[in-house]
Design a protein around this ligand. Structure first.
Ligand SMILES: CC(C)(COP(=O)(O)OP(=O)(O)OC[C@H]1O[C@@H](n2cnc3c(N)ncnc32)[C@H](O)[C@@H]1OP(=O)(O)O)[C@@H](O)C(=O)NCCC(=O)NCCS
Length: 359
């Protein structure tokens, strides 16, 4: 009988080629070691709870993985993929399937039924003057409708398992269209994800960001270049100085937001959070923990994920990510979300505006 392992919250089946005599894959064990030595508890909690946005080059050497996904052969590493995933990664690039849509644009209402999603902007504009324009596809379709000063453009999309057929409706993104705009570095990073669903989400988010920004700056999406800022937020090279963007990819969905001000977007699939107590201590301040604890059990996970995405959106807008502990960023996650208090690295709470679905 095959022995099951749990890696970052995901069940994987060892296979004799990839695992040594101890039953442990050196690469995965290395990945786990990297995770457990990561100084950032929020990141460890995120990986433990949300699973397998791994391996990526922040946490895993990835040696051999990209090469394992060669067309025409079933890579041994595929056996590591959970039993839910019964198709081959090579199907993605099969000439018969590459025209197929794999990411379907979501309206705000449809996205809000599937996801916790939040946007944060650093802006002094009154909250009621900010507008979110939810795009019908990854790009601004009409060049005369360019971004207004207090506007945030948002593309939300579902990325279902690849075998699910998506209607070829306007706004759907095909594998070919997406892979054609990624650069070699992005393609390599995509191939390093262990799970095909995560590869697809990565592909949709990065292609979506390129297509959206390309339509905003009037340049072909595949010619855009990005540089990481100090803590890893990608910045468009030679773009208009005010434009900022942010992307988020989770298994099953992606979001891309852009604005003429610092912006962060974060999504989390709605789901039951099992180890709420432990994660809450890392993510939430004491008062926030009490609010979540006193919420009816049926609503608790949804509220926690709302807090989580609000805080992560702020940290992404500030380009600081989890270098700031999320439990030091204090927010009101009610119907009109607001920032209550932030560490000095984030400036003043008054500079921040939050947008999240109605509750
Ligand atoms: C940014 C961060 C909060 C996102 O976490 P996540 O929920 O796993 O991922 P999301 O899909 O929502 O967002 C990922 C995207 O955010 C962007 N991003 C990365 N670093 C960022 C930062 N410092 N600020 C804003 N955005 C950032 C990238 O576009 C990234 O996409 P990519 O990894 O495919 O290139 C987290 O990865 C982070 O803090 N990273 C930087 C610092 C870090 O690695 N600290 C580790 C300390 S142990």
């Amino acid at each position: 009988m095959q022995r099951k392992q749990v890696v970052a919250g995901v069940d994987v089946l060892p296979n004799e080629k990839t695992f040594d005599a101890s039953g442990k894959s050196p690469a995965l064990m290395q990945h786990r070691a990297n995770l457990s030595s990561c100084p950032c508890p929020a990141r460890r909690a995120l990986r433990r709870d949300c699973g397998p946005k791994i391996p990526d080059d922040r946490s895993y050497s990835g040696a051999g993985l990209a090469g394992a996904f060669r067309p025409g052969r079933r890579p041994a590493i595929c056996k590591l993929i959970t039993s839910r995933q019964t198709y081959k990664p090579t199907e993605m690039m099969n000439p018969k399937t590459e025209q197929r849509p794999f990411a379907a644009s979501l309206s705000i209402a449809r996205a809000s039924a599937l996801l916790a999603w939040s946007i944060a902007v650093r802006s002094t504009a009154p909250q009621d003057e900010l507008r979110v324009r939810c795009l019908p596809g990854p790009g601004i379709p009409d060049p005369t409708q360019q971004l207004k000063p207090d506007e945030i453009v948002l593309w939300l999309a579902a990325v279902p398992p690849f075998r699910d057929v998506i209607a070829d409706e306007p706004g759907a993104l095909s594998v070919e269209q997406a892979t054609n705009v990624l650069n070699a570095d992005e393609t390599n990073r995509q191939a390093r994800f262990l799970h095909i669903e995560d590869q697809l989400s990565y592909l949709a988010a990065h292609a979506g960001a390129r297509l959206l920004l390309g339509s905003m700056v009037g340049r072909p999406a595949d010619t855009l270049r990005f540089e990481p800022s100090t803590h890893g937020k990608p910045v468009l090279v030679a773009g208009p100085p005010n434009i900022d963007f942010s992307l988020s990819h989770a298994r099953g969905a992606v979001a891309v937001a852009a604005a003429n001000m610092p912006v962060g977007v974060d999504i989390e699939p709605l789901r039951e959070i099992t180890d709420m107590e432990a994660i809450s201590e890392i993510v939430l301040a004491k008062d926030e923990q009490a609010i979540v604890r006193n919420t009816p059990a049926a609503l608790r996970s949804r509220l926690f994920l709302r807090y989580w995405t609000l805080k992560e959106a702020i940290l992404k807008a500030a380009a600081l990510g989890f270098t700031i502990p999320p439990n030091t960023v204090i927010v009101d996650a009610g119907p009109s979300p607001a920032v209550l208090s932030v560490p000095t690295a984030l400036g003043s709470a008054r500079q921040w505006r939050l947008i999240a679905p109605a509750v």
